[in-house]
Design a protein around this ligand. Structure first.
Ligand code: UD1
Length: 336
C-alpha cells in the first residue's frame, strides 16, 4: 500500500481526499497546521474511516518539522493542498500569501528531492486562466494575468513544478485545476468549515438557510448571461477527491510526467440557479437580495474537462442538486 503525504489534509478538499485515498487502498498521512482548518474535521474523519488517520500538526513551510515527517513516514507520494485560498484576503495581505503558498511548495519539493520521492499532485485552480477569452476553458487556453495575488501564487507554483520536472526528469507531477468545489461528504460528517463570514457562494447560502446569516447578497445581476448573474462550473468535492486518486494511479504508470488537468462538470450554472436549486432540493427558504458586482469577479467560466476523462479515466458523477443536498446535511450536522 502506498503512503501518501496529504499536506492540508484537514482542510475542505484535503479531508475528502483522505477518505477517497483510504477507500482506494492508499495510506493517507495528514500534515496540517490548522491555520484554516478546524479540529472538528478529525472527529468526522474518524467516524467515516473507523479509525484516527495518521496526523502531524506541522507547518509545511517549516523545513525541519516537515523533514521530521518525511523521516518518520517515508512517503511514496505527496498531494500538496496546504495553501491560503481567499481571493479577497490575498489582495489585502499579498506578502503573507506569497510567503505561505510559495514557501510551502518549495519546502515540499526540497524534501521530495532529499528523500527521493518522485510523485506530486498539486492543488491548482481555474484561477490560473484569469479572465478567459474562450469558453469552455481547456488546458491549452491562454493563461491571462492572474486577477489576485492568490491566483498569481497558483500560476507561480505551477511554473515552479514545471521547472522542477525539467531539472529532475524522474519527477512525476500532476497539476489539478479545480473549478468551483462545493458539497460535502454524503454522510454529513465532514464538509467545508469556513472561519468567520464565508466568501464563497455555497457556504453563504447554507449559513443563510440555517439562520446564521440574515440574507445572501447576489453580487450583480447585470452580467451578459441569461439571468444576469455570473456563471461558474460547480463540482462536488467527492468527485474532486476521486480525481486525486485517479491522478496518483495514472502517474504511477508514467516514467516522467508534468501534466495539467481541468476538474469540473464541463458546464456552468448561474448564481441564481444555484440558489433556486438549493431552495427546491432542500425545501428551505433562503433570503437574498441583489447587490452590486464584486470587484475581480469573472463573468462566466466553465471547464473543458475532457482531458481528465480521456487520460485519467475520471469524470464527475454527482449533480449540482446532490452537492447542495449534501451541503445542507452537513450544515444541519454542524448546527446540532
Ligand atoms: C474563487 C476563485 C477560485 C477559488 C475559489 C475558492 C477566482 C476567479 N476564483 O472562485 O479560484 O478557488 O474562489 O476560494 O479567483 N457570490 C454571490 N454572493 C456571495 C458569494 C458569491 O453572489 O455571497 C457569487 C460570486 O459573485 C460568483 C459566484 O457566486 O459569481 C461564485 O463565487 P465564489 O464561491 O466566491 O467563487 P469564485 O469567485 O468563482
Amino acid at each position: 500500500m502506498k503512503k501518501v503525504l496529504v499536506t492540508g489534509g484537514a482542510g475542505y478538499i484535503g479531508s475528502h481526499t483522505v477518505v477517497e485515498l483510504f477507500n482506494h487502498g492508499f495510506i493517507p498521512v495528514i500534515v496540517d497546521n490548522f491555520s484554516n482548518s478546524d479540529e472538528r474535521v478529525l472527529q468526522g474523519l474518524e467516524d467515516i474511516l473507523g479509525f484516527k488517520p495518521i496526523l502531524y500538526r506541522s507547518d509545511c513551510a517549516d523545513y525541519q518539522s516537515l523533514k521530521d515527517v518525511f523521516q518518520a513516514e517515508t512517503p511514496d507520494a505527496v498531494i500538496h493542498f496546504a495553501a491560503f485560498k481567499a481571493v479577497g484576503e490575498s489582495t489585502q495581505q499579498p506578502t503573507r500569501y506569497y510567503r505561505n503558498n510559495i514557501d510551502s511548495l518549495l519546502t515540499v519539493l526540497e524534501l521530495m528531492e532529499e528523500f527521493q520521492v518522485r510523485d506530486i499532485v498539486f492543488s491548482s485552480s481555474c484561477t490560473v486562466y484569469g479572465q478567459p477569452d474562450e469558453l469552455p476553458v481547456s488546458e491549452t487556453s491562454k493563461q491571462k494575468d492572474a486577477t489576485s495575488p492568490y491566483g498569481y501564487t497558483k500560476q507561480v507554483c505551477e511554473r515552479i513544478l514545471m521547472d522542477a520536472c525539467v531539472a529532475r526528469p524522474e519527477l512525476r507531477c500532476v497539476l489539478l485545476r479545480y473549478f468551483n468545489p462545493i458539497g460535502a461528504h454524503p454522510s454529513g460528517l465532514i464538509g467545508e468549515l469556513p472561519f468567520g463570514i464565508p466568501n464563497n457562494l455555497v457556504p453563504y447560502i447554507a449559513q443563510t438557510a440555517a439562520g446564521i446569516r440574515e440574507k445572501l447578497v447576489i453580487h450583480g445581476n447585470d452580467y451578459q448571461t441569461a439571468d444576469g448573474t455570473c456563471i461558474r462550473d460547480y463540482i462536488h468535492v467527492c468527485d474532486l477527491a476521486m480525481a486525486h486518486v485517479r491522478a496518483l494511479e495514472w502517474i504511477d504508470l508514467q516514467t516522467c510526467a508534468c501534466e495539467a488537468f481541468n476538474l469540473g462538470q464541463g458546464q456552468g450554472n448561474s448564481v441564481k440557479e444555484v440558489i433556486d436549486t438549493f431552495i427546491s432540493v432542500n425545501n428551505v427558504p433562503v433570503r437574498f437580495e441583489i447587490g452590486p458586482r464584486r470587484t475581480g469577479d469573472v463573468e462566466q467560466v466553465w471547464a473543458d474537462a475532457t482531458k481528465a476523462q480521456r487520460v485519467l479515466n475520471w469524470k464527475t458523477e454527482k449533480s449540482l442538486a446532490a452537492a447542495l443536498q449534501d451541503t445542507w446535511r452537513w450544515q444541519q450536522h454542524l448546527s446540532k
